[in-house]
Design a protein around this ligand. Structure first.
Ligand SMILES: Nc1nc2c(ncn2[C@@H]2O[C@H](COP(=O)(O)OP(=O)(O)OP(=O)(O)O)[C@@H](O)[C@H]2O)c(=O)[nH]1
Ligand SMILES: [Mg+2]
Length: 443
């Protein structure tokens, strides 16, 4: 059966392409899962598509990712497309015309400069070509659920061109939801200007009022890798952590992500724009096949993850994405007010397990859940919490503060002013994000 309903993803800049590639690979592995060299096949990739499979929205009938790869350096795009040739899923047929329809490249890079990526005529042209290719992909669909953009906040192409694409898609396709997955740099910093690029990109993409921003932090992904026993995590390891979080929510919700989750998580995108993701169980890859956690155990693991020192991390909204054969017995309206417990009805509907309520949820204005009965990534049960919460205040405040120091001393600003971004634009960006911090502070 030909699936002509779907989403379109734009992978922009080196980070966006590499993280996006890892996300598609994770999504594809829900069909064919490689586990320690053993094939655990839940749904054979070569079989007829299961029309109820949630990840169908991300691939076409030839198992080609519905994605466009955009960069100002040809190398990353070429390497990524070449890598996919050895996989069960691909980006396109292996001929110039087809590869051209799913990629936009220009030589030269954007020199770690948001202003160059966003304002330079050559990069505006990259955005224009991308929008044209998006339009052609949309023509092949009967129904478009939504757009995804994946990029880093810190470089020049992903942040600058990615921002422009966010704005242009928002202008042209006003009623189509758009999720921008933004990777924040290591705070210790690889390049001096990363905070400047980050405040410029974040302050612009939050203006999109039909969708929202998912934040993935390299520092947190690194810590997760370390906890899982990876001694010196590389970018690929980080990308696997980020991809696992993102693909988990897409695979649990499928197209409902755009129709139900987005309006709930970002009901006031202009005030509370940032969502972060946490998945449990957290185990090393080797331990996956021994993992058979109960919902109760997973609930406790999530609680442990979120218990901060004042036990009071408040949420604006949250969404729980569950995977597992009995996950659809989890009822969000089973919350027992007196005992601070959520209940999970087990398969026979007689045994009732309880899930101790997370302290943060006590303060959430609202939360919901969505379930997919298929096991995910070899875990019998697993879940991912999407939270729009005060957690974002600290990293955001540090980013604004570093950028503000540079703005005050005019450090590097001349590199931006030559592309038409002046000090006032920086001040406005910082101010816009400070307003967001104060909204979260008032929760
Ligand atoms: N998690 C993760 N971060 C990455 C990856 N590649 C780059 N980054 C981070 O992304 C930031 C740099 O952005 P890039 O995506 O490399 O830059 P770009 O968008 O290609 O822009 P220019 O190269 O400046 O034109 C740095 O903070 C890097 O740590 C990756 O594969 N995974
Ligand atoms: Mg680059």
């Amino acid at each position: 059966m030909i699936n002509t309903k779907g989403t379109i993803s734009l992978l922009v800049g080196q980070c966006g392409i590499q993280v996006g590639d890892a996300i598609f690979d994770e999504l594809a592995s829900s069909y064919m899962l490689q586990n320690n060299g053993k094939n655990v096949t839940y749904n054979n990739f070569n079989d007829q598509h299961d029309v109820n499979n949630n990840v169908d929205a991300f691939f076409d009938e030839k198992y080609h990712a519905r994605a466009i790869l955009v960069d100002t350096e040809a190398k990353v795009v070429a390497n990524t497309i070449a890598k996919s040739k050895h996989r069960k899923w691909k980006y396109s047929n292996n001929n110039k015309k087809d590869i051209d329809s799913i990629s936009v490249v220009r030589q030269g890079g954007a020199a770690n400069n948001w202003a160059y990526g966003y304002m330079d005529q050559s990069n505006i042209e990259v955005a224009t070509q991308t929008i044209e290719k998006v339009r052609k992909q949309i023509e092949k669909l009967d129904y478009l659920y939504g757009f995804n953009i994946i990029s880093s906040a810190a470089g020049g192409t992903g942040s600058g061109v990615g921002t422009r694409l966010n704005e242009e898609l928002g202008d042209i396709y006003k009623t189509i939801p758009l999720v921008h997955i933004v990777i924040l740099p290591f705070e210790a910093g690889e390049v001096a200007v990363q905070s400047l690029n980050s405040i410029l990109s974040l302050s612009h993409i939050i203006k999109n009022n039909y969708g929202g921003t998912i934040i993935a932090r390299n520092d947190l992904a690194f810590m997760t890798c370390k906890r899982n026993g990876i001694l010196s995590p590389g970018l690929n390891d980080l990308n696997n952590v980020i991809a696992r979080n993102v693909s988990s929510i897409f695979a649990a919700a499928g197209s409902s992500f755009y129709a139900d989750c987005i309006p709930h998580l970002w009901s006031q995108n202009n005030l509370y724009p940032f969502v972060e993701l946490k998945s449990v169980p957290q185990t090393s890859e080797d331990a996956i096949e021994f993992n058979n956690d109960s919902w109760e155990a997973l609930g406790k693991e999530l609680s442990r993850e979120f218990l901060d020192k004042d036990h009071n991390k408040k949420m604006y909204s949250s969404f729980l994405f569950l995977h597992g054969p009995d996950s659809n017995h989890f009822k969000s309206d089973d919350y027992d007010n007196n005992n601070n417990h959520y209940s999970i009805l087990m398969p026979n509907d007689k045994v009732k397990a309880t899930w101790e309520m997370l302290p943060i949820w006590r303060n959430a204005t609202s939360w919901k859940s969505i379930a997919n009965p298929k096991p995910w990534r070899g875990y019998m049960r697993s879940c991912t919490l999407a939270m729009n919460s005060k957690n974002i205040i600290e990293p955001l405040t540090r980013m604004i503060s570093k950028a503000s120091d540079m703005i005050r001393t005019d450090a590097y600003l001349h590199q931006y002013s030559k592309h038409g971004i002046d000090k006032i634009e920086f001040c406005n960006s910082a101010l816009r994000l400070e307003r967001i911090v104060s909204c979260y502070s008032e929760l």
